[in-house]
Design a protein around this ligand. Sequence first.
Ligand SMILES: N[C@@H](CCC(=O)N[C@@H](CSO)C(=O)NCC(=O)O)C(=O)O
Length: 224
Amino acid sequence: MANELILLDTWVSPFGMRVRIALREKGIKFEYKEEDLTNKSDLLLKMNPIHKKIPVLIHNGKPVRESGIIVQYVDEVWHDKAPLLPSEPYPRAQARFWADFVDKKLFNLQIYDTGRKIWTTKGDEQKSATEEFIGYLKTLEAELGDKPYFGGEKLGYVDVTMIPFYSWFHAYEVSGNFSIESNCPKLMAWAKRCMQHESVSKTLPDPKKVYEFILQLKKRLGIE
Ligand SMILES: N[C@@H](CCC(=O)N[C@@H](CSO)C(=O)NCC(=O)O)C(=O)O
């Protein structure tokens, strides 16, 4: 059976972007289905009844869920094409550690905590959220050091995990009135380096579109 791949996703999701980047980096064709998360499709509810979330990659009718797990699955099935995780156990463990850091400290914060506080609060609360947010970015910048990518010479698992967040930077900078570039110049240089990969530039939405999305979300949440 040929590889039938369907990705249930939504354009602004950094979690979904990870999967799209991994598939595109490996030159794997897939069918993209945009989900309206305010009116979830029967297919999404059937394929991910536990979390009812996107992304879901349906491979020959079988669902793979959770973006980090999906990216690792894709890397295992198509390992010969642009491998993302190192083959040695220790560097693999290190890559998983930093991907976990991004998930716990930045992506979760983006949705549930500090990141969200940047665009839902004002004054001192917003200031401390911004400082915490920058602190996490500085930790990542220190880990990157002088390497071109987190995994070394090539785009890898940690880069694919983190780079979708770059499309949200503008929304945070405008909402929180701060500059990520001035705080984390090396991290911004890394982001621009990643954007030279077509798999990344074809996937990340226009940051101004993301900011518009945030403004709509604030209106829907009744936050002025
Ligand atoms: N840990 C998961 C998070 C996916 C997620 O939050 N998906 C969101 C859209 S992106 O913000 C989602 O599907 N939300 C729908 C809902 O919460 O009902 C992953 O890494 O795949």
